[in-house]
Each structure stands twice: as C-alpha cells, then as structure tokens.
Design a protein around this ligand. Structure first.
Ligand code: CP
Ligand code: NVA
Length: 309
C-alpha cells in the first residue's frame, strides 16, 4: 500500500511515474468536459474520503474532480462533525471505520502527528492534503506545471522561492532534492527554513542557496514561487511578521532581476506578498497552476490505489 504523505519519503522513480501518467491523461482529455470520465475508468467503484480540519478551495475541488474523472467518487468530512472532533471516539476506531467504508483517505490537518497516527491505524492509503510541515500534492503538481510551461526538465532550470519558510517551501526543498534542481530561497534571516530540512536535502542536492535579499534570490530565475507570509492558523504576531517581509514583496522591479521569460507561480490563496502588477501580468501562470492540481492528483490517486501503470 502506498501513502502520499511527504515527498522526501517517496522514491524519485515513483514521482516521475506520477508526472508521466498525469501528462498522458491530461493530453487524452483535451476534448472532454469536466465531469466526463477518462476512458479507462481505473477507479470505478472506489471512494476517497476527504477530511478537512482547515479551509480549502483548490485541494477540495481538485480531489473531487480527480476521483470523479477516474470513475470513482468522494465524500467530504469535517472533523468537528465526527465523534473524533469532540473526543467521543478514538483516532484508532475512526481509522478502522474509514478503512471499512472507504478506499482512500485524504487529510488536511494542523497536526503532523495526526497524519502519522492515521497512517499507522488505517488499512487504506493516506494522502497529506496539507499539514504544518508539508504540502506534497501541491508541490508535485507545481513541478508538473513548471515542466509543462518551460518544456524542459525542472533539473535544467533555476527555481526561486521568495517568502515564508512554510509547508509549501518544505515540500519544494524536498522536490529540489528529489528532482535535482537549483533552488534559491529569499527570506528574512529570522524566517529561514529549518536546518534539519536543509541538511537532509543538501545531502543529495548541493544547489540550495539562502539569501536574505530578494533581488539576489531572484537573480537569473526561470521561475519565481511565492506564498502567503501568514499561513492558515499561523500562530505568530501577524503585524510583526508581515513587517519583516516588507522587502520581500514580488513586484515588477524584483522580476527584472530574473530571466526575461521568468514565470511567476503561487499556490494560492494570495496575500499582500505579490503585487497585482506581477500577479495579473503575462508572466503569471497561477490559474494554469491551480487547474493542474486536478491532473496530478489523479495520478497520485492511481499511485496510492496501486493502479499506476
Ligand atoms: N493551494 C491550495 O492548497 O489551496 P487550498 O488551500 O484552497 O486547497
Ligand atoms: N502555506 C499556506 C498554503 C495554503 C495552500 C498555508 O498553510 O496556509
């Protein structure tokens, strides 16, 4: 049984297989409507249970469409509507029921420990739909989007992240180690990524650089990524943290340090870290990036359900 919890734990050959499958499937359904099924209906009769303990728009919709297009279905739960939420039922028993009724479980939660506990007690695959430490489905899909736009392997490109050291960046660092791409990170000194994550990634990828200067990080970039400075449920002094990132805003001026054809990407939702002059420019491909979540999620589901060919 294959789980999809953190990119760092998934073999690169499997990640590449997922991307290859997503590309093939996306091409095959160019003329199909949103709810028309892929011809082979590989997940016919299967159900994905999704549970959200935090807000979501894209992840929720993309998993819904992904499993539908594969011939299966989904049901979405909110943990506060289950006995688990008010402490009336243990995680172990909840997991047993989820495994009895469902074929796969997608969880968005504020607790990495909870993901691990579900993984321990479920007998169906678990997919991490965002946790404090990672957002693996987002970042694998972003690798897909980068290669689709640039028509090159990501290992040949200069990737830059300007923003907070959060779950999305952790997964991007893991991806840079798996796919061997150069990664420049631009952030204030106080908000640099955890040493443990960097040390792990640098064992396989020496090309990860940290700059406390946005222009230096943006220098010669093929792609610039960003994300909100304040993540959902980020327990910080919001005013102070936002102030620390004052010099890390993505504006036209900053984009000039990157390559002329540099692409701007953002997982969304956005905050004030990017100016409209970039977000709404021709360099921004954020809507294509968001829609690609459906295509990559489909192949992640097939991987977890043991149906990836
Ligand atoms: N990017 C992303 O995961 O969006 P949602 O929080 O809306 O799911
Ligand atoms: N870092 C953001 C990503 C949202 C998709 C958060 O955790 O809120």
């Amino acid at each position: 049984m294959k789980h999809f919890v953190h990119l760092k734990d998934i073999p690169i050959k499997d990640l590449k297989k997922i991307l290859f499958d997503a590309k093939k499937r996306k091409q095959k359904r160019i003329r199909l409507n949103t709810l028309e099924l892929d011809e082979d209906k590989p997940l016919k009769g299967k159900i994905l249970i999704q549970m959200f303990e935090k807000s979501s728009l894209r992840t929720r919709l993309s998993f819904y469409l992904a499993i539908k297009q594969l011939g299966g279905g989904t049901i979405t739960l909110r943990s506060n509507e289950l006995h688990l939420g008010d402490g009336g039922e243990s995680l172990e028993d909840t997991a047993k029921i989820l495994s009895t009724y469902g074929d796969g479980f997608m969880l968005r939660t504020d607790s990495d420990k909870k993901v691990e506990n579900f993984k321990k007690h479920l007998s169906i695959p678990v997919i991490n739909g965002l946790s404090p430490s990672s957002h693996p489905t987002q970042v694998l899909s972003d690798v897909f989007t980068v290669e689709e736009i640039k028509k090159k392997k990501i290992s040949k490109l200069n990737i830059t992240w300007i923003g907070d050291s959060n779950n999305v960046l952790n997964s991007l660092i893991a991806a840079s180690a798996k796919f061997s791409f150069k990664l420049n990170i631009g952030c204030p000194k106080k908000f640099e990524p955890k040493k443990s994550i960097l040390n792990w990634a640098r064992k396989t990828n020496k090309k990860i650089y940290i700059y406390n200067d946005a222009a230096k990080a943006a220098n010669n970039a093929d792609v610039i990524f960003s994300d909100k400075v304040i993540s959902i449920n980020d327990k910080v002094n919001k005013k102070q943290k936002t102030k620390s990132f004052q010099k890390f805003k993505i504006n036209k001026q900053l984009m000039k340090f990157a390559k002329k054809d540099c692409t701007f990407l953002h997982c969304l939702p956005r905050g004030s870290e990017v100016k409209d002059e970039v977000f709404k420019s021709n360099q921004s491909r954020v809507w294509q990036q968001a829609l690609n979540r459906v295509h990559v999620q489909k192949s992640i589901l097939l991987y977890c359900f043991g149906k990836l060919r």
